[in-house]
Design a protein. Structure first.
Length: 128
């Protein structure tokens, strides 16, 4: 379950949450949520490019915030109420959908065994 970083520039985390390493459980000990990117587009039927989705989502709002982001109905700020970490993107074997899904399954099982909820940033519709 190798984590891959950005080829250019710094590694951004989702909304500036702390980074963690799935190979080092102590880096996400006590986490409520662990975010993981699944840069995969092997299941795309026409246009490739979905593999860039996880980093695009992170870069859409990469600066840490001091302000609150409460849920409009619940009035709870999930990033303050929960312990959230970002494990970065997993390495997905290019062109091998079956192996990529095995990598993703292993990662989400590891997160679940640690007592956290896995939030997956995709990727194509094969992981939905």
């Amino acid at each position: 379950m190798t984590n891959i970083g950005n080829m250019y520039g710094p590694n951004f985390t989702f909304l500036g949450v702390p980074a963690c390493d799935l190979e080092r459980p102590e880096t996400y000990k006590g986490a409520d949520v662990v975010i993981v990117g699944a840069p995969i587009d092997s299941g795309t039927s026409h246009r490739s490019g979905a593999k860039f989705g996880p980093q695009a989502i992170r870069m859409g709002d990469y600066l840490p915030h001091d302000g609150e982001r409460p849920h409009l109905t619940l009035r709870i700020d999930g990033l303050k109420a929960l312990k959230v970490f970002d494990a970065g993107d997993l390495f997905m074997p290019p062109g091998n959908l079956e192996e990529s899904l095995k990598v993703l399954k292993a990662a989400t099982e590891k997160i679940s065994r640690a007592g956290a909820i896995a939030v997956v940033l995709g990727g194509d519709h094969s992981i939905a």
